[in-house]
Design a protein around this ligand. Structure first.
Ligand SMILES: [Zn+2]
Ligand SMILES: [Zn+2]
Length: 429
């Protein structure tokens, strides 16, 4: 054997196995061979030893919500550039959204993503498929064939499925393949042409607002539909206090519902739009301070199942348009960990094991992949983090093709040192 790797002396955090202890990890043939105090002849002769003293050694991070823009908008991002950004950010698995151009809506499209990801040889890329053809919300896409080809779930992300009858049909159809349905909850009738949260700031800025009710009305409606179908349902990027209340009640009723949040809805508020800087234009929009508090409270209560990024790269030229015309979205993949440390660990809402759980084990379970742990025998996807390293976010150093990121210049803690995918070091700081 000549492909062993020994990661020594790190603080190994593996929430799925309730492990948080200083020990070693031996990787052989791309798999976790041992977790513990690795001794003996093999430990002496391994090809490479990584000294992880004072570092965290965790299961490879998983981001279940990214936009990689391929096919169709390769000038903004490609599967190759997005994958390189992902491993630099510690993500060994990402799930890309199907609202590409054209959308991912049949098995050939799913295979195309997988092929491109294999070629990029950076992170594992999973894809979701569209719920409806052309993301038009009318006719169901070929979910069965896409599931067979490896789509991990379905969403029309970018928009929600507006017609309740279509959504009900989608849930019933999904039940046949044991996949989950994810929703960008937003009632377009209520949201109208809004470009930011509706309220005091939208009024003084003279910009059309998106009422929190646009999100909550669709989430409430979908909860009624899940009650009827009991299909696994995932609410994407929830952003309002009202949504938290709905999720809390639905979970109390033991409905099969999960949800995610993004860093921007934890760190930024609608006030950030005051200078008309389009880097703060995002969908769902940045909300009020009370909503931010409610989301943090939800995380501390264990109501939030996954921390995602909703990495949404856009061209500078598009983001330079006026606030009304610029596209929604923030490129956040490469600063996600530091942002989550700032939002959740520094204020004491989560400890490291709690944070890692929401970035590994829990999202893996939602998307149904055999990852997110360091159990013996599993594929060796491992991220090594320096929890104390402080650094300044610099968009000019992004591997991502896009720079639409309002966090440029922020000082954050928690730096990814190495990202190991299937036993191979794919990123080193
Ligand atoms: Zn969305
Ligand atoms: Zn999205």
């Amino acid at each position: 054997m000549n492909n062993e790797l020994l990661i020594k002396n790190g603080r190994v955090i593996d929430p799925a196995n309730d492990i948080d202890t200083k020990c070693d990890i031996l990787v052989v043939d791309g798999k976790v061979a041992e977790v513990g105090n690795v001794k003996g002849p093999l430990a002496e002769s391994v090809r490479r030893v990584i000294d992880a003293a004072d570092k965290l050694v965790v299961p490879g991070l998983i981001d279940m919500h990214v936009h990689l823009r391929e096919p169709g908008d390769e000038e903004e991002e490609t599967i190759a550039s997005g994958s390189a950004a992902a491993v630099a950010a510690g993500f060994t698995s990402v799930v890309c959204m199907p609202n590409t151009n054209p959308p991912i809506e049949n098995e050939t499209d799913v295979e195309y993503i997988h092929r491109k990801a294999r070629k990029a040889r950076k992170t594992h890329v999973y894809t979701m498929g569209a719920i409806t053809k052309g993301l038009e919300g009318i006719e169901l896409a070929e979910m069965g064939f896409m599931a067979e080809a490896g789509a991990v779930g379905f969403t029309d992300d970018g928009r929600g499925v507006q017609n309740p009858a279509v959504m009900l049909r989608a849930l019933k159809y999904a039940a046949m393949f044991d996949v989950f349905i994810a929703q960008h909850c937003q009632d377009e009738g209520i949201a109208g042409e809004g470009v930011m949260n509706s309220g005091y700031y939208s009024t003084i800025l003279g910009l059309p607002g998106i009422d929190p009710l646009a999100e909550e009305a669709m989430l409430w409606r979908d909860i009624q539909l899940i009650k009827k179908t009991c299909v696994r349902y995932h609410a994407q990027h929830i952003s309002t206090a009202g949504s938290v209340g709905l999720i809390r009640a639905a979970k109390k009723d033991s409905l099969p519902i999960t949800c995610e949040v993004t860093p921007h809805h934890l760190l930024l508020t609608e006030e950030c739009c005051s200078e008309y800087d389009t880097n703060y234009k995002v969908n769902p929009p940045l909300r009020g301070a009370k909503d931010v508090e409610a989301l943090k409270q939800a995380i501390s209560e264990g109501l939030v199942d996954a921390l995602a990024t909703d990495h949404a790269p856009h061209l500078q030229s598009e983001k330079e348009l006026e606030f009304l015309a610029a596209p929604f979205g923030i490129a956040s993949l490469e600063c996600a960990l530091g942002l989550y440390v700032k939002a959740l660990i520094e204020p004491g809402i989560l400890d490291w094991p709690g944070l890692i759980r929401l970035m590994t084990e829990k999202p893996a379970r939602i998307i149904g992949i055999d990852k997110g742990t360091l159990s013996k025998g599993k594929q060796a996807d491992v991220t090594i983090i320096d929890p104390n390293a402080e650094y300044e976010i610099d968009v000019n150093k992004f591997r991502s093709k896009s720079r639409n990121c309002p966090y440029h210049g922020w000082k954050v803690k928690g730096k990814v040192e190495k990202t190991i995918v299937g036993g191979e070091i794919r990123f080193e700081a």
